[in-house]
Each structure stands twice: as C-alpha cells, then as structure tokens.
Design a protein around this ligand. Structure first.
Ligand SMILES: Cc1cc2nc3c(=O)[nH]c(=O)nc-3n(C[C@H](O)[C@H](O)[C@H](O)COP(=O)(O)O)c2cc1C
Length: 200
C-alpha cells in the first residue's frame, strides 16, 4: 500500500471486532518500523504501553466514556513520552555519528531542554503525534483499522498504567478490524483556510 492510499483509507473507526487478534510478532514488526519516525535531537522520547490484559482494558474503558473500542480493539497503545529522555544518557542518541557532531549536539540537547518544562512537554507531544500517525498508517498497510483517542481521563489512565512521574500521556491508539463501514468523511475545511503563502 502506498502512502497516499493509506492516508485516504485511514479513518477513525468506531467499532472493532473483539474476535480479531494481532500476534506479538506482528506488533513488534509494526513498532520496529514506527520507531523510525523522527524526533528532535533523535531523543526518541516516546514510550508506548501495549495494554494486553482484558481486566485493565475494562478499567480503562470505565474512565474513557465507556467507548467500546477500548476493550474490543485487538491492540490498545497508550502513547506516552518521557519528559526527561533528553537527560538520560543523551550520548547514546548520537553514538556512531562523526565525533564533530557528537561534540556539538550532545551539549546542545542539554541547553535546549534543561529547566524548560514547556519545551520538554511540547517536544513530547510532537514526538508522540509523529509516531502515532506512523502507527496508524502502518496498521492501515496491514489491512487493519485504527482510532486515535483522547476521550479519556488522563490522570485516571496514568494511575492504571503506573505512569512514571516524569512521563506524560499523549493519546491512546486502538487498532483492529472494524465491524462497520466508516462514515463518509465530513466537515473538511477548505485547503486555503489551512494553508497560506509566506505569512498569515
Ligand atoms: C487526538 C485525537 C483524539 C481523538 N479522540 C477520539 C475519541 O476519544 N473517540 C473517538 O471515537 N474518536 C476520536 N478521535 C477521532 C476524530 O474524531 C477523527 O479523527 C476526526 O473526526 C476525523 O475523522 P477521520 O479520522 O475518520 O478522518 C480523535 C482524534 C484525534 C486526532
């Protein structure tokens, strides 16, 4: 499947077949590709919780507006980020690069993030958004369907997954086989409202 087709066919699906399953090896293959997505300074600050336990899914559903897909989808990923990834052995993010780049970039990472909580959080959300879209397109390529979600109580889900203090949740992605055709696309605003040339 080429990227254009995957983009056209991806929809936020509402209902998933609870009997459909995706193997661990398929999950690994998908995620190995998804982590090729870009992050600023290559810090790979995304962290993904693959929620497999049905009882935990049920508890998440209870704090997610009782949305069926939380329990019915084959996969549920909580897309999180480590706000302090920039400080955790940053040399590994540039290991193998020419020494000149290592000498320049490793201190630059520190200068960019240290004592800047807004930057740390913005960057977390940027990275998560990028990997989330990759995951959804890769799912589409497999003939699966997906739904990005923020219709849940972030604090409650954080507690259920033991979210570390210095991590944040960006969104949930559910993946599986849909049980009904998607609704027609609606409400797309005109491209000239989205795009402007040179400045606003
Ligand atoms: C960050 C984010 C959160 C969303 N949360 C939910 C959700 O909790 N439940 C849901 O059914 N759809 C959710 N959606 C799906 C959007 O409603 C959907 O993407 C949008 O209406 C456009 O439809 P399409 O993705 O099918 O083109 C979410 C989408 C995004 C990007």
């Amino acid at each position: 499947m080429n990227v254009s087709v995957a983009l056209q066919e991806r929809r936020a699906e509402k209902m998933f077949d609870p009997a459909f399953s995706i193997s661990d090896s398929q999950v690994t293959e998908l995620l190995e590709k998804a982590v090729l997505s870009p992050t600023a300074f290559n810090i790979q600050n995304w962290r993904i919780v693959n929620v497999k336990e049905p009882a935990l899914r049920q508890k998440i559903r209870e704090v997610a507006w009782n949305q069926d897909k939380i329990t019915d989808a084959s996969l549920l990923f909580v897309i999180c980020a480590d706000l302090n990834a920039w400080a955790k052995e940053p040399a590994r993010y540039w290991a193998g690069a020419p020494q000149m780049y290592q000498d320049m970039l490793i201190p630059a990472i520190d200068a960019y993030y240290r004592d800047k909580p807004q930057v740390q959080r913005d960057e977390a959300m940027r990275s998560c958004g990028l990997i989330a879209m990759s995951i959804m397109l890769l799912a589409q390529e497999q003939g699966w369907h997906s739904c990005p979600m923020d219709g849940f109580d972030f604090e409650a889900v954080g507690k259920l997954i033991n979210l570390p203090e210095d991590h944040v949740i960006s969104m949930i992605i559910t993946i599986g086989k849909r049980t009904q055709e998607s609704f027609p696309r609606i409400g797309k605003i005109p491209l000239d409202e989205v795009v402007t040339e040179n400045n606003f």
